[in-house]
Design a protein around this ligand. Sequence first.
Ligand SMILES: [Zn+2]
Length: 469
Amino acid sequence: MKNLSFLLASMPLIVAASPASTPQKIADDVSQQSLRSIVERLVSFGTRHTLSSQTDPKRGIGAALRWTEQEFRRYGQACGGCLTVATPSDVVTGRRVPTPTKVTNVLAIQRGTTDPNRVVIISGHIDSRVTDVMNAAADAPGANDDGSGTAAVIEAARVLSRHKFPATIVYAALSGEEQGLLGGKILADYAKAQGWEVIANLNNDIIGNSCGSDGYCDAAHVRVFSEGPRWQGREALAARQRSLGGENDSPSRNLSRYMDRLAEDLGLGLEVRQIWRNDRFGRGGDHTELLNAGYPAIRLTVAVENYNYQHQDLRVENGIQYGDTVDKMDFPYLRKVTQLNVAALAALASAPAIPAPSVEGGVSTNTTLTWEPVRGAAFYVVRWRPTDASNWQHSLRVARANGLESIDAPRTAGATGPVGRRHRAVLQGVRVDDWVFGVSAVSPDGHETPVASAVPGGAFRPYTPPPAQ
Ligand SMILES: [Zn+2]
């Protein structure tokens, strides 16, 4: 390889100009006590089953949703109206919803200062259940599943609403997960109707325990699940993917790699264990509905699940306790996972838009990457790795002063940059066949985007096939 004098061994994700506002510093404000009191409050509604009362002032899903809305409004007032509350809903009938039922999400929207249409979403599901998924009457505390994820959402709103970000952050408490990912679908539809460019959904579902029923414990890892081959657009992608690759380079997979690296930089004593499948074996979560709509989405969940505590009637059987109660949670662990979320939201909302590169170089000794300029980029980093390597191994920092040219080129489908202008970087002596390539953008104050792979469907937006030639 030649001309790689700008090779970077390892560039940290966060190099902010002002130490007071780094994602790490912001995440320090996440409070264990605050998370505990949110979970306890959620449990106090008795049940938050989607088919429970919507009108009872104290018990049921309605009371829980109204309380969440009040919390968002309270934080919104404290920041001078920086949060807009929305309650998108749908009347649903389905396999687990026998009669038409209104299913409502509660969202707080923190509008970005310069790039408000670019959106990052943190979500958790507020609904709960017991053994029988149709039992809306029994106590269903749902402390960990998913009081923990909902607490992370509400605490993230409290902490991040004290700061301003170029892009928009959406805090989403979703209903109807246990009845069939209903709230995830309502959120995806809402995002589409608003015309949001959703670059990431961090879905948190069961993030507050660290020991399994067999006594095995792990409080040092959080699992991040991501889809491999992109589901949305798969029919249109299949032939191009077979020819050009990309089975391991969906935007969600690159979001997973980004979270892994961010966790290393943060030094929280919490590492990401990337799980390269969409969700746990045969099970699901709300991020799946965001993926169905073409939005990059991952699920964060504990390293070790405890099956005695999930989806269980409260009881003691043969001396074993069952049920999802507060006393079984690990709040120091929940704090770490929430800190990772908060830092990721701050970093993603501070970074530029994410490039959407293409690569050429078949039957050539060089590889050429091109992409449309993105808003807010001071420079770009071209990355590559062997096709069987799990993470990026080589990188080249390119800016106008080095390695980066601007060329006239036809506008690509779905691109947002100035018409007809593309950036180009040429890697001399790098043969395209043996590598996967990607590009990230870095803001003037050092915030780097996730890497978008130069593969079919690699861009952080819904896949649309290129126009026929
Ligand atoms: Zn759940």
